[in-house]
Design a protein around this ligand. Structure first.
Ligand code: NAD
Length: 485
């Protein structure tokens, strides 16, 4: 007998409710390729209910004292910490990522997001501009109302909470939509919000596809603020939907990040860091360095040692201890990875490691979506594999001879999200960092995240910045008040 699958429900006005159309989608566990729960296939009617609830809640929540909002949001952080294991397991099952990674990265970061913004609002300052004898001005930053928050599948709770926390902390109410591929931790978060005493309607979560739910949120005339993280093609649709209504829109989009290794780098650190930046979360982090450039004198040594270290990564059942690499999120994404690995060979590339489907890690995972970490060399810099975002465990390595040359390679991309530079020459580090066109440049490190810094991309990697004051400003409307003396 087929077991009954758990039905995830929407969270609207503080209640768990099924979708109005009573339709559900299979939620597949990537490690097994089998549905393990059902996610609401909601539509515009559910978004409408959420908007009504959020509008109603805004009247009180926007007037709730900063101390009280901070207290409730801190309590959400504490409850996530309490339930870390439950959340980490859910995230691992939903995404295919190793449980150890969800435990170490995703869930702690989600609680940090809430804690960070719950305390940030206790320390804000308002600008004042004094005019000699005439008047003085001060800037009031007020919440914008009902905001729409849309996030992708790769870091589900991490990225959704990165939006929910600042939005709510400054007094907005929200309609959030997690990816339909990874809805589970957003669902669990709602239980925690109830327990923390978050008033009804302050956070509403509507599950479903981008074309039904996402577009209903972005098109809704009462949702004047949209914070979106996802692919560049979708980001363009979000921008198009928002433009005629003059919405305030933040877009965190794709990347094709360069990772530059100079011959004077600490090679052990550069290799360890680059293996991490290439393959963490099966390469499905927007910040992963997918194009590695190595200065020619150390190129051969780097490639050999990089390949050796890559081969040591254990691909396994995400729920088993010791698995460094889990499953790819979906069949579609796995097909995309395979397509680009084939294309790389047609474009003249050499597969230095990986490249074809591995044996199933165990019986449970025999139909799962696995692909090994793959290293490709000998590709022309301007080929498709080096230009298009793959978003999987695939990295290319290319030699270079001069600093100018590698900066040109790094910048020869329509994306501009993040980069890494490995060198022990401090002057060069500053010089290169200034010239690389990316929103973040890491020097001798990768994915070190201080939640106060501006985070976001240049060019087609996005518009706007998240993090710290950038987020507090994005989710508020500055108003100048001018008082005559
Ligand atoms: P995606 O663009 O397919 O989907 C992202 C979200 O948008 C999902 O919730 C989806 O349902 C929704 N959506 C789809 N169509 C929509 C529409 N027409 N209107 C409104 N919403 C819609 O992206 P994905 O495949 O889930 O995630 C992978 C992408 O996200 C990669 O390109 C990656 O680089 C990017 N990403 C960027 C960052 C960043 O911070 N810059 C972080 C993580 C992921």
């Amino acid at each position: 007998m087929t077991p009954t699958l758990e039905k995830i429900r929407n969270f609207i006005d503080g209640q768990f409710v099924g979708p109005t159309g009573d339709r559900f989608l299979d939620n597949i566990e990537p490690a097994t390729g089998m549905p393990y729960s059902l996610v609401p296939d909601s539509d515009g009617r559910d978004v409408e209910l959420a908007v009504v609830a959020a509008e109603k809640a805004f009247a009180d929540w926007s007037k709730t004292t900063v101390a009280e909002r901070s207290r409730i949001i801190l309590s959400i952080a504490e409850l996530i910490d309490r339930d870390l294991e439950k959340f980490a397991r859910a995230e691992s099952i939903d995404t295919g990522k190793p449980l150890a990674l969800a435990r170490k990265l995703d869930i702690p970061r989600a609680s940090s997001n809430f804690r960070f913004f719950a305390t940030a609002i206790l320390h804000t300052e308002n600008e004042a501009h004094v005019m000699d004898d005439v008047a003085f001005n001060y800037t009031l930053r007020q919440p914008r109302g009902v905001v729409g928050l849309i996030s992708p599948w790769n870091l589900p709770l991490y990225l959704l909470s990165w939006k929910i926390a600042p939005a709510l902390a400054v007094g907005n109410t929200a309609i959030a939509k997690p990816s339909e591929l990874t809805p589970m931790t957003a669902y669990l978060l709602c239980e925690i919000c109830q327990e923390a005493g978050l008033p009804n309607g302050v956070l509403n979560i509507v599950h479903g596809t981008g074309s039904n739910v996402g577009s209903a949120i972005t098109a809704h005339n009462k949702v004047g603020t949209i914070s979106f993280t996802g692919g560049t093609v979708t980001g363009r649709k979000v921008a198009e939907a928002g433009a005629p209504l003059f919405k305030k829109v933040s877009l965190e989009l794709g990347g094709k990040n360069p990772n530059i290794i100079f011959a004077d780098a600490d090679l052990d650190a550069a290799i360890a860091g680059s293996v991490g930046s290439s393959f963490a979360n099966q390469g499905q982090i927007c910040l992963c360095g997918s194009r590695i450039f190595v200065e020619r004198p150390v190129y051969a040594d780097f490639v050999a040692r990089f390949v050796e270290k890559t081969a040591q990564l254990k691909l396994g059942d995400p729920l088993e201890t010791g698995s460094d690499q889990g499953a790819i999120v979906s069949q579609t994404q796995l097909d995309k990875v395979k397509f680009y690995v084939n294309l790389a060979q047609k474009e003249g590339g050499t597969i230095a490691s990986g490249g074809k489907a591995p044996p199933a890690p165990n019986e449970r995972c025999k139909d799962g979506y696995f692909f090994p970490p793959t290293v490709i060399t000998n590709l022309p810099v301007g080929c498709r594999v080096n230009r298009e975002e793959i978003f999987g465990p695939v990295v290319t390595i290319t030699p270079f001879d001069t600093e100018d040359e590698v900066i040109a390679y790094a910048n020869d991309s329509e994306y501009g999200l993040a980069s890494s530079v490995w060198t022990q020459n401090l002057t060069r580090a500053h010089r290169v960092a200034e010239r690389v066109h990316t929103g973040t440049v890491w020097v001798n490190c990768w994915l070190v995240r201080d939640l106060r810094v501006p985070f976001g991309g240049m060019k087609q990697s996005g518009v706007g910045r998240e993090g710290g004051n950038e987020a507090l400003h994005f989710f508020t409307e500055p108003k100048n008040i001018c008082i005559a003396k």
